[in-house]
Write a protein that binds this ligand. Structure first.
Ligand SMILES: *Cc1c(COP(=O)(O)O)cnc(C)c1O
Length: 358
């Protein structure tokens, strides 16, 4: 559909899809060659569920800072740099912070990030610090942090780069374009986690735009929240959201209305899964060599739940599930429950006994 660039000259999503994005002419491109992420088939998983359908993981953890946030950030930072901003700010459960910090660094801008106290995965915080952002913890939730940065950006010349920023959504649409280009049409189902709901909104915008332009069809969208942080399933904000999936630990999604609309218009659904289901989906992905953070496994957990409950019959269908972020930034969920590795003397005989004796 859109010109297929070879990997050798790949120059990022704005170069590939810029003409399909609503970005102001003053934008000045800032890129780390984000996007172009793979669609990985899981044939063994398909067999486990009875076979006869196609199941693909779009692995967004392979973006430059380890999450899909980079797609939106290349767009938002390009716009804000061109507009003459000197600084950006965001509230974050972690990945937005790391991404904003990296792209701000690339653009030579100052980055400020607000995070909820003690609720951000180690690697995400370390990333933001490594990229040189000023990180501030607040005694409150992500939702409190978002309220604060919105107010601050209204009163000061510091650009807001949360997904309230419309250019974030423009950039994130490109994941839907890539899927349609790779498969030559939209999948039957798209499953993904939902936190602040920017991503589900972007995918739906992207699929609709591609369908209007190229007749690529539309997927049904399955949005998945964590049971302890599922305002879109409950139908009201959650004051104290709780889940191991910190990236979707959000009680008052900024794009909640649009997420519900995406699910409804697409004849899909937004559902909730337990932390246990999320962790078991994370483990199932790891058994394929794909290590994702807990939130990223929610899409798969939701799909499994819907199939087991008979609400989705996958036969003859093609399903794409989005794995939103890499496991490397959130090692604690694994290492916390991990026994120390065996310690043995540096001795071949003992090594043989240790391994072969099992
Ligand atoms: C941000 C994020 C989400 C949630 O995306 P929203 O756009 O807030 O719904 C899910 N998974 C990961 C890894 C994230 O970083």
């Amino acid at each position: 559909m859109i010109n297929q660039q070879t990997e050798q000259n790949y120059q990022g999503i704005l170069n590939r899809y810029g003409q399909l994005l609503q970005l102001p002419a003053h934008s000045q491109r800032v890129t780390l060659l984000e996007g172009n992420t793979p669609l990985i088939p899981l044939p063994r998983f398909v067999d486990e569920l009875g076979g006869g359908f196609e199941f693909l993981i779009k692995y967004e953890g392979l973006n430059p800072t380890g999450s899909f946030k980079d797609r939106g950030m290349t767009a938002a930072i390009s716009e804000t740099l061109g507009a003459g901003s000197k600084a950006v700010i965001c509230a974050s459960t972690g990945n937005t912070a790391a991404s904003a910090a990296a792209y701000a660094a690339r653009a030579g801008l100052k980055a400020y990030v607000l995070i909820p106290q003690g609720k951000v995965a180690t690697g995400k915080l370390a990333g933001a610090v490594a990229y040189g952002a000023r990180v501030i913890q607040i005694e409150g939730s992500f939702d409190d942090a978002l309220t604060l940065v919105v107010r601050l950006s209204q009163n000061h010349p510091i650009a807001l780069v949360n997904s309230i920023n419309p250019y974030r959504l423009e950039g994130q649409k490109t994941a839907a374009f890539e899927i349609c280009d790779a498969l030559k049409k939209a999948p039957d189902w798209l499953c993904l986690p939902v936190g602040n709901a920017g991503n589900i909104t972007s995918y739906w915008m992207g699929f609709k735009q591609y369908n209007d332009l190229f007749g690529s069809g539309l997927p049904k969208i399955l949005g998945v929240q964590a049971a302890g942080a599922a305002p879109l399933v409950a139908g009201h904000p959650i004051d104290f959201p709780e889940t191991i999936a910190t990236a979707i630990r959000i009680g008052k999604p900024a794009r909640g209305e649009q997420a519900l609309q995406a699910a409804e218009e697409s004849h899909g659904k937004i559902i909730a899964v337990s932390d246990q289901e999320i962790l078991s989906a994370q483990k199932r992905l790891a058994q394929e060599g794909i290590w994702v953070e807990p939130a990223s496994a929610a899409g798969l957990a939701g799909f499994i739940r819907q199939v087991n409950a008979g609400h989705i019959d996958p036969k003859g269908k093609r399903i794409v599930t989005i794995c939103t972020g890499h496991g490397l930034k959130d090692p604690d969920t694994i290492s916390k429950n991990m026994p120390q590795p065996d310690l043995i003397p540096s001795d071949l005989h003992i090594l043989e006994k240790t391994i072969l004796g099992e």
